[in-house]
Design a protein around this ligand. Structure first.
Ligand code: ADP
Ligand code: MG
Length: 701
């Protein structure tokens, strides 16, 4: 028999036709048989299990019930009309509701007859199910094809074209009934054997029609492995390609500048992690290729010093260096820190931001070009076209996730030979995610805090306990410490947030009146000079409390500030909370973080707060974040240029499969870097097919 052609247009599948084909194409990007085969269920429901109405206790899982429907009631007028009915079994009764097709439903259901219903309960003055699936038990045998009932995601538009999850399942059935011989394999036999993978066609069939849990697990493993394998293969070949082509400056000297600083100016000894990372960077500088390194280190782990030491190596080799930060406050602070650390050393450092005067700007331009300026620190003003270096050897980008890909690319073009690039991020990224997002960058991790740091004690407090929190704040101030009070700033509700902030500021000023107390405020509506002034008062310890929106989220360093009060903490994501908390705990004193929330909290918000109270480890927090939100919503991934919509693999859970797939890809490339061997032709074709659609895939640098 002839093999089913996977590239057949979907409209030729029985049950599809032109109209449905159009919806499938538009909404789900399903154009061919193959696309449908690769449209996987997002979950399975165990339809062998029946619940009783008395057992319903959560709105999270859909339930299957057996019982009778009675007591139909039409309610509401005209377009608000809906239909209610009772559903009862021997243990009790719930409500059923329909908003659409009311007449048809009422006509087709026989009151008093036994039905199987299936749907997601919700609670409002009792449990109810809206638009349940209704099955005649006499026909159930035919409907319940498999105990593991696949659920396909659809949307309103699709449902309106009669393409709900059930309908997609029927299409899968129509297609699979024609599959008589296996599809061509997409992985070579030796990989299938080595990793004990299920053959492709079996895996695909079982993902749609699982025989049992165990077979489903094997099918999933195979398909996840394959998905991750091709992603890793692509990243690793881009990396290999880049390594081969890229030329970079060689910095082979560690000279006077570095050594003088290291021996005479370093205020403390480096942590082992800092030492290791500097070694890794040094090694990059010697290869003759461009260094592209991602430096991850939790807030407060001492990345600035690593940045400075790396820049000094560039200087020792006759090059200039720059350090770019996402905000003016942060750039200014980096500048101040570095100038202070360098002391009387003969190194010229300048600061360039949006508010640098025209006169200073001209001087900076001039000194950059004649080479007398060694280190330039600034905001994105640094990458404007009129900023030209004589010989930029190293560019460091701090808090990378604030910069888009395009901005980074601009920096690479500052020279004919691209400068070495180090990207520093304080948002720890789970390893699985960084391997997928930044697989073509080398990664260094500072996984050790400077000695003497005490973990920040974190507490949750409801708004109603505000007076106790004020008392706590007064006690800290009496001990000579300073305090941050932070309000959320969410773009959509800017005006509201601004009101929260100003109300909050006023109430804090009332609770902490002068002359005993002084309060600073910083928010997005202030001019840069005003912000800076307020910030400086706090940095110098003149004000006790800094009330702010999240503008202080990134980077500022005030070791004497030991308490962080976060208002409406439920509105912040985990990574924002972690970043904010990182503003305290920077000195040797015990620090505190108080998360204020409303009494009512969503389940997710509650979980975030719990995680924050339980751990201060940025990696643990980012793993949790990934689990809760999925990779597409993590900070930084949107700008990454990498599609994070995986079909089946889950970066939060499939770390081990990812490692296996990466090893397989890396082994393959080490024997056949160009995939030129005829036995790898199939892999090469598949790779081209997957990645040609997405031109910019993984072009991080
Ligand atoms: P981040 O990684 O968040 O940018 P910073 O570079 O701002 O962290 O460093 C945080 C604080 O730790 C600074 O006050 C810095 O001076 C201090 N620090 C950095 N390295 C060390 C070290 N090896 N020993 C002691 N303190 C250090
Ligand atoms: Mg920093």
């Amino acid at each position: 028999m002839e093999r089913l052609q996977l590239d057949t247009d979907i409209k030729f599948l029985s049950g599809v036709g032109t109209a449905k084909a159009e919806s499938l194409s538009k909404e789900l990007n399903i154009n061919t048989f193959e696309d449908l085969v690769y449209y996987f269920p997002y979950k399975y429901i165990d339809r062998s299990r029946f619940y009783t109405t008395a057992e319903i206790h959560s709105d999270e899982v859909a339930v299957q019930l057996k019982g009778v429907i009675s007591n139909f009631r039409k309610q509401g007028a005209k377009y608000k009309e809906h239909l209610n009915a009772w559903f009862s079994d021997s243990t009790g009764r719930i409500e059923l509701v329909w908003f659409k097709s009311i007449d048809w439903i009422q006509k087709s259901i026989v009151p008093g007859k036994e039905y199987i219903i299936f749907g997601k309960p919700s609670f409002y003055q009792g449990w109810s199910i809206a638009h349940p699936e209704i099955i005649d038990p006499l026909k159930a045998e035919k409907n319940l094809l498999t105990p593991l009932f696949p659920q396909y995601s659809t949307n309103e538009t699709l449902k309106n074209s009669k393409l709900n999850s059930r309908a997609i399942q029927t299409l899968q059935q129509n297609l699979w009934s024609k599959v008589t011989s296996p599809f061509p394999e997409t992985l070579p036999q030796y990989i299938i054997q080595k990793y004990n993978l299920m053959p492709l066609t079996d895996a695909l069939r079982n993902i749609h029609f699982p025989k049992d849990e165990e077979t489903l697990a094997k099918a999933r493993f195979r398909l996840k492995f394959e998905e991750l394998f091709y992603i890793q293969l692509n990243i690793l070949s881009i990396k290999a390609d880049k390594n081969q082509k890229s030329i970079g400056f060689v910095f082979n000297k560690v000279g006077d500048i570095f050594n003088t600083f290291y021996n005479n100016h370093l205020p403390f000894s480096l942590t082992n992690a800092q030492k290791r990372v500097i070694k890794e960077i040094r090694a990059d500088f010697l290869t003759g290729r461009q260094c592209n390194r991602l430096l991850q280190g939790d807030v407060g782990s001492g990345k600035t010093l690593v940045a400075l030491l790396s820049m000094l190596i560039a200087l020792d080799n006759g090059f200039q260096a720059c350090l770019m930060a996402p905000t003016e406050i942060l750039a200014t602070q980096h500048y101040a820190t570095i100038v202070e650390l360098l002391g009387d050393m003969p190194v010229n450092v300048a600061l360039l931001t949006g508010s640098t005067s025209a006169k200073n700007r001209r001087a900076i331009h001039e000194h950059l070009q004649d080479g007398s300026l060694n280190i330039l620190i600034g905001t994105h003003a640094l990458i404007e076209d009129d900023v030209k270096f004589k010989n930029l050897g190293l560019a460091i980008i701090d808090e990378q996730h604030r910069f888009g890909v395009a901005q980074r690319a601009k920096l690479y073009k500052k020279n004919i030979t691209p400068p070495h690039i180090i990207v520093m991020t304080a948002t720890p990224i789970p390893r699985t995610l960084s391997m997928t997002l930044y697989g073509d960058l080398d990664v260094s991790i500072i996984d050790e805090m400077p000695p003497g740091r005490k973990p920040v004690k974190t507490m949750h407090s409801f708004d109603s306990k505000r007076l106790m929190v004020f008392k706590f704040m007064r006690d800290r101030i009496a001990e000579g410490h300073q305090i941050y009070v932070v309000y959320p700033l969410i773009e959509e509700s800017k005006n509201l947030d601004y009101k929260d902030l100003t109300d909050g500021y006023e109430s804090i000023c009332r609770a902490f009146p002068p002359p005993q107390y002084a309060v600073s405020v910083v928010h997005g509506r202030m001019k840069p000079e005003e912000k800076d002034k307020a910030m400086q008062l706090f940095v110098k310890g003149i004000t006790h409390i800094m009330v702010a929106t999240t503008v202080i989220e990134v980077g500022v360093n005030v070791p004497n500030a030991t308490t962080m009060v976060i208002e409406s903490a439920e509105k912040f994501g985990l990574s924002a909370l972690h970043q904010l908390r990182g503003r305290v705990g920077r000195g040797g004193d015990q620090s505190y973080c108080i998360l204020m929330t409303d009494y009512k909290l969503s389940a997710d918000a509650k979980k975030r707060i719990d995680i924050m109270c339980k751990t201060t480890d940025g990696f643990v927090i980012s793993e949790e974040d990934l689990k809760m939100r999925g990779p597409g919503d993590m900070d930084g991934t949107q700008q990454s240029g990498t599609p994070m919509q995986l079909r089946i693999a889950d970066l939060a859970r499939d770390g081990q499969i990812l490692m296996a797939a990466r090893n397989a890809a890396s082994d393959l490339l080490s024997i056949d870097p160009q995939l030129a061997d005829p036995k790898h032709f199939m892999i090469k074709t598949r790779q081209n097919k997957i990645f040609s659609k997405e031109q910019n895939w993984s072009r991080i640098s």
